[in-house]
Design a protein around this ligand. Structure first.
Ligand code: GLC
Length: 529
């Protein structure tokens, strides 16, 4: 059995602003994360992916970096960070940094130099174009609203920004950009970081000709960015060359993990594109398939998504799975409609797949989306598109630690409102409750750790009654069956061999004479006797 930590591990995403505030300024910080490490160790996770904590003017809450080699004072200092790595290491937890390579902040010194004059040596580090007959260079749109080109009056040219205008895109065709960013990777690797999540990595290189993107035939989305096919501003072949070079660098540091965010239009379920960025096992180690994030609570739909994902990956690399992140509505709200039994079923689904599961902070206690009034909205996307798109703040509300004021997240009013359900939904209460979703997450992670068949075994989906998903996991002579009832009614499955129930979300053992009866929304794991 291959003992690579990120292959058998469970990764936990922290959105640092919202996790734990140690210095009472209403914003989560590194010392807050350090204080929470025992909790994370008990949960059983192997790695923490931190959304960006670098210096940033925070136009996009850290996804606009102004210094890649320093920590933003709102989160702490580089010394706090070193302590985090050390304390995490003591608990066998790896730290994974979020690398925003596509763009920097408009206040990054590189961009300040670049925009200072046309002959500045760093001019070509960003993407500058003159106007075309008095108009923008092409029809590209920014994902967060408006044109992707911003006029700079000083040098009389446009610069490209595929997100906000405070996030100018770097020019990765310039080898000096690549060198500078590889140096950034080395900086963090030398500090003990064990992995990287690469932000919108498929956007890195732009089409050389800067041709207009074609329009989709059916225009259903008011966001103009989503009306285009991103033929020329995404997924260019040169990105793969860069990833191959980067893989060599990362692998030279040992068992480092890289995972890419492959940015597709919202709702698009296409596993072939994320799979492409694994190369032939020589680009990213892992890549996110957001098909599961855009799925509904339907056994057939989810089954097909998983089958397609495994087959798209084939031997290219290693699978990974995710249901929630900081950009989307939480799975428990989106898919499970805030129903805790459905959320538990999703937990079993996530943690019994082959490959590496990603858990988003709060998912393990069943945190649901916040309903944030317009006046409290912080996210630039929400500000721009309200009420068509209320933005991403709903999935970024403060972690609910206990039933005290502000959910134990902070002593003062947090940067985003705490969800009002915190008195019932919090870590403290659920730790005492053997039927809580937190207890289930702990059991599932522990089970996974003890049984390689769960993280590394083959997976085969079995025929099952309507609304039931059933799969067998096998490794050597170990065999597990997972059965998930997506309906509210009892369902029965006849099993060929003799199995015993290891775990049931309903604490039941309805196995009689080889027939397993599942209650509504029950999820069961059985082992071959
Ligand atoms: C990614 C991040 C998102 C960010 C965007 C621009 O999609 O996940 O939070 O706003 O990239 O960096």
């Amino acid at each position: 059995m291959e003992k690579v930590w990120w292959k058998h591990g469970v990764i936990y995403q922290i959105y640092p602003r919202s996790f734990k505030d140690s210095n009472s300024d209403g914003i989560g910080d590194i010392n807050g994360i350090i204080q929470s490490l025992d909790y994370l160790q008990d949960l059983g996770i192997d790695g923490i992916w931190l959304s960006p904590i670098y210096r940033s003017p925070m136009y996009d809450f850290g996804y606009d970096v102004s210094d890649y080699c320093d920590i933003d004072p709102v989160f702490g200092t580089i010394h706090d960070f070193k302590r985090l790595v050390k304390e995490a290491e003591k608990r066998n937890i790896a730290i994974i940094m979020d690398m925003v390579f596509n763009h920097t902040s408009h206040l990054h010194p590189w961009f300040l130099e670049s925009r200072s004059s046309k002959d500045n040596p760093r001019r070509d580090w960003y993407i500058w174009h003159p106007s075309k007959n008095g108009k923008v260079p092409n029809n590209w749109m920014a994902a967060f609203g408006g044109r992707a080109w911003e006029w700079d009056d000083n040098t009389k040219e446009y610069y490209l920004h595929l997100f906000t205008k405070q996030q100018p895109d770097l020019n990765w065709r310039n080898p000096n950009v690549k060198k500078a960013m590889f140096d950034v990777l080395k900086f963090w690797l030398d500090m003990g970081v064990r992995g990287f999540r690469f932000d919108v990595i498929n956007l890195l290189v732009k089409g050389r000709q800067f041709r207009n993107n074609p329009y989709k035939l059916r225009l259903t989305n008011p966001r103009r960015h989503d009306q285009q096919l991103h033929t020329f501003d995404r997924n260019q072949p040169e990105t793969h060359d860069i990833l191959k070079e980067m893989r060599v660098l990362l692998d030279s540091y040992g068992d480092i993990m890289s995972i890419g965010e492959i940015y597709l239009d919202e709702g698009v379920k296409d596993p072939s594109i994320p799979a492409l960025f694994l190369g032939n096992n020589d680009e990213l180690h892992l890549s996110f398939n957001f098909s599961t994030i855009f799925a509904s609570f339907k056994s057939n739909e989810l089954k097909n998504i998983l089958i397609e994902w495994y087959s798209a990956i084939g031997n290219r690399g290693w699978p990974c799975h995710v249901l929630s992140n900081h950009d989307q509505s939480r799975a428990i709200t989106r898919m499970a409609k805030n129903n805790i039994d459905k959320a538990k079923l999703l937990a079993v689904l996530l943690l019994t797949q082959r490959g590496t599961p990603f858990i988003y902070y709060g998912e393990e206690i069943g945190m649901v989306d916040g309903d944030i009034p317009r006046k409290y909205i912080q996210d630039p996307v929400g500000k721009k598109y309200w009420p068509f798109h209320k933005g991403r703040d709903r999935a970024r509300t403060p972690m609910q630690w206990d039933a005290t004021q502000f959910a134990g997240f902070s002593k003062v009013r947090p940067w985003l409102p705490v969800h009002p359900d915190y008195r019932a939904v919090n870590v403290g209460t659920q730790e005492q409750d053997e039927n809580s979703i937190l207890t289930l997450y702990r059991q599932l992670i522990a089970l996974r750790k003890q049984n390689p068949v769960l993280y590394a075994g083959d997976i085969e989906f079995l025929p099952a009654p309507d609304d039931v998903m059933c799969y067998v996991r096998s490794l050597g002579n170990m065999q597990y069956i997972v059965a998930l009832n997506f309906s509210s009614r009892d369902k029965q499955i006849t099993l060929q061999n003799k199995y015993t129930v290891l775990l049931s979300t309903h604490k039941k053992n309805n196995m009689r004479n080889g027939i397993l009866t599942l209650a509504g929304y029950e999820a069961v794991i059985c082992a071959l006797q």
